[in-house]
Design a protein around this ligand. Sequence first.
Ligand SMILES: [Zn+2]
Length: 171
Amino acid sequence: MGIAASAFIEELLQWMEKNGFESVDLTIDDDFYYDANYNYIALDFKIEAIVGYWITDFFSSLGNQWEDIDGPIYCFLHELGHSQTLKNFTYEEKETALQSTAMFALLEPNKENTFLYWNTPIELAANKWAVNFLNTTNSNIITSLVTIFAKYWNKAVEEEKIHETSIYSAC
Ligand SMILES: [Zn+2]
């Protein structure tokens, strides 16, 4: 993990600890997801910008009152939402969700299909939790989260690219 990525994870963990999410851990991987078995959130620096615009629109449709927040922050809050809402679903509901996730992965990754996916029960619960968190939490807490992402996200993305290039050139 690069320098910016490490510092980012550290500060984000501190933010989570301070705000009641101390049991949830963080890692970097090739996708955004929440692992319920080990209770950690994975962040992906290679997330496509378009997904950020889609989730911004989706959160607006759910009544998000914030503007000018970058997509990756919403993606993070979506995963944090899973960590807070997944326990409300039965084993069967979670199994069904896994199947629908696999099905949606086969579809064209466009806005329409992504919105359909975000409207499935478990995804919608995470999205609604995130929007409620944004709208009801002290604005200083949201602003401090935005600041952490502003400070590190783009640097970490650049680090990731350099890292990938060095892997290819080494071959
Ligand atoms: Zn999700």
